[in-house]
Every structure is written in C-alpha cells, then in structure tokens.
Ligand binder design. Sequence first.
Ligand code: FES
Length: 62
Amino acid sequence: MENLKLDIEALKDGPYAVKGVVTITTSDGTTKEYTNPYLCRCGASKNKPFCDGSHRKVGFTE
Ligand code: FES
C-alpha cells in the first residue's frame, strides 16, 4: 500500500474536514473514493459517515 499524506482538521463545532482522496467502506459494504469529504463527529448525521449539517440542529460544540 502506498504511503499517502492526509490532512484532517476538526472544524469548530462541526465535522472533520479531510483534505485529500480517501476510500471509505460504509456499513452496507459499499466502497467508494471521496475527495475532501466532511465526516460527522457529532453523531447526529442521517448520512454517516458524512456530515449533513445536523450538528447545527443538535447544538454540537467541541
Ligand atoms: S458533524 Fe455535521 S452532522 Fe455531525
């Protein structure tokens, strides 16, 4: 496997902002490449592992 560099930033009161291309396998077994995805870290997204903006509705702070 090639050693690649990724940057991941935890946005204030929001998701992880991933800078780069990542391969994600979701719970239904689907594997797909994503460029610069925003990943949920509040647990409220209805589209996990991706952020769908629900962190604002639930008042996530971190
Ligand atoms: S961080 Fe945005 S929905 Fe969870």
